[in-house]
Design a binder for this molecule. Structure first.
Ligand code: ADP
Ligand code: RBF
Ligand code: MG
Length: 144
């Protein structure tokens, strides 16, 4: 199943990523979620992403129903490991999904979720330095 390449528009969610978790996640449009193979596992992944064919950055992705919040729809949410100057709603987001880290969990408190996300980011940063993954930064998928 991996690597998996996806692209779609960035849509509006509930605004919880930045507000509650201190971790903004760019939510991909429904067509991107529907294009996923049926047996594509929900959970937390790492890979690379670009906005509007700009620079390619490391990313972490959460795919699923956000059990902590009991979402009714499946979402594909990408946190890019880069500080952006402004929002990028409606822009085109491209992601190369390269590795699986864990299942989504229903944590007992928002702080446990925040700590888990911090660990995911550290793990992703490390894993993505491996040469087998670094090559994807220059993959033709990211070139307009
Ligand atoms: P929403 O629920 O609408 O997805 P979030 O609180 O999760 O709201 O914030 C996501 C938005 O923040 C993205 O759509 C994007 O426009 C913006 N954003 C800014 N920096 C980042 C980043 N590093 N990674 C992902 N999104 C970011
Ligand atoms: N939501 C969960 O309910 N359980 C999780 O284990 C979980 N892990 C996540 C890991 C990462 C790296 C990210 C970026 C998000 C994760 N989420 C998880 C999704 C989170 O609840 C969601 O991004 C916010 O609710 C904002 O939409
Ligand atoms: Mg979001």
């Amino acid at each position: 199943m991996l690597p998996y390449f996806a692209k779609g528009q960035v849509i509006k969610g509930f605004g919880r990523g930045s507000r509650d978790l201190g971790c903004p996640t760019a939510n991909l449009s429904r067509d991107a979620v529907e294009a996923l193979p049926e047996d594509f596992k929900t959970g937390v992944y790492f890979g690379y992403a670009s906005v509007d064919s700009g620079k390619v950055y490391k990313m972490v992705m959460s795919l699923g129903w956000n059990p902590f919040y009991n979402n009714e729809t499946k979402t594909m949410e990408i946190h890019i490991l880069h500080e952006f100057e402004s929002d990028f709603y409606d822009k085109e987001l491209r992601v190369a999904v390269l590795g699986y880290m864990r299942q989504e969990k229903k944590f007992g408190s928002v702080n446990e979720l925040i700590d888990a996300i911090k660990d995911d980011i550290l793990q992703a940063k490390n894993e993505l330095n491996a040469s087998e993954f670094v090559i994807y930064r220059n993959h033709s998928f990211f070139i307009k």
